[in-house]
Design a protein around this ligand. Structure first.
Ligand SMILES: C[S@@+](CC[C@H](N)C(=O)[O-])C[C@H]1O[C@@H](n2cnc3c(N)ncnc32)[C@H](O)[C@@H]1O
Length: 221
């Protein structure tokens, strides 16, 4: 069964999700391609992408539209970025990654996708790239490192406008392996709130990603 109820360019295929391929015939990570009406869909693997895991686990706030401008922190080899590139086909995705090795793989993906804008930068230092990036509609962060929340908050200060939505993927084990994930999640949520961000939705990513949570937030007024 195919349902297009999540957002434009996103389909539910039985209990999986898929996006409309912006580059028909080209795979990014060996994902399955499916024909549907006059479109080609790319299956979106929830074990390779936390955003797909959040959608399958019931994410209800989905801020990506076809013309959204997105700042993506922790682009890696471009797996999730490529699906956001399918969804925001008329938008722009500023994609920050500090590993030159991952960026090389990312460049292979972005050469076919003009809406992916690669930035080889350290996301802890937004002042280094603020002259290259505009205010955005969505800030998505998935860096899996100790100061993941602080880094997200700092980028939010630089690049948000009134209605910007933030999606922060927290990996508890990257913050402290000795502390229960539920305690880490509470602690990171209160950091967001202390810095003027309101958490609109939170969603655990198990069983696809153990000890991870997604926080969807915006500025509190
Ligand atoms: C969990 S992986 C991201 C996976 C990717 N978001 C996806 O779903 O396709 C985390 C990535 O963040 C990058 N990263 C970690 N700290 C960073 C920083 N300070 N600045 C930029 N990238 C960073 C790592 O090099 C790694 O590629």
């Amino acid at each position: 069964m195919l349902v297009n109820g999540i957002g434009e360019n996103v389909y539910q295929v039985d209990n999986q999700v898929a996006t409309v391929n912006l580059t028909p015939g080209i795979q990014v990570y060996q994902e399955k391609l499916l024909e549907f009406e006059d479109k080609e869909l790319r299956l979106w693997n929830p074990r390779r992408s936390k955003l797909a895991a959040a959608i399958i686990n019931g994410l209800s706030i989905f801020p990506f539209e076809r013309d959204s401008v997105v700042l993506y922190l922790g682009a890696s080899a471009g797996t999730t970025c490529s699906h956001i590139s399918d969804i925001c086909c008329d938008g722009r995705i500023y994609s920050v990654e500090f590993s030159a090795t991952m960026m090389r793989e990312f460049l292979d993906v972005s050469k076919n996708r003009p809406n992916l804008l690669p930035l080889l930068e350290d996301a802890t230092r937004p002042s280094k790239y603020h002259h290259l990036v505009e205010s955005v509609d969505v800030i998505y962060s998935d860096v899996a490192q100790v100061h993941q929340t602080e880094l997200f908050i700092e980028n939010f200060k630089y690049f948000s406008k009134e209605n910007t939505k933030g999606i922060l993927m927290i990996k508890a084990r990257s913050i402290d392996v000795t502390v229960k994930p539920s305690i880490i999640f509470r602690q990171e949520k209160s950091k967001l709130e202390q810095h003027g961000l309101k958490v609109l939705e939170e969603i655990r990513l198990d069983p696809y990603e153990k000890d991870h949570i997604a926080y969807i937030c915006e500025k509190s007024f």
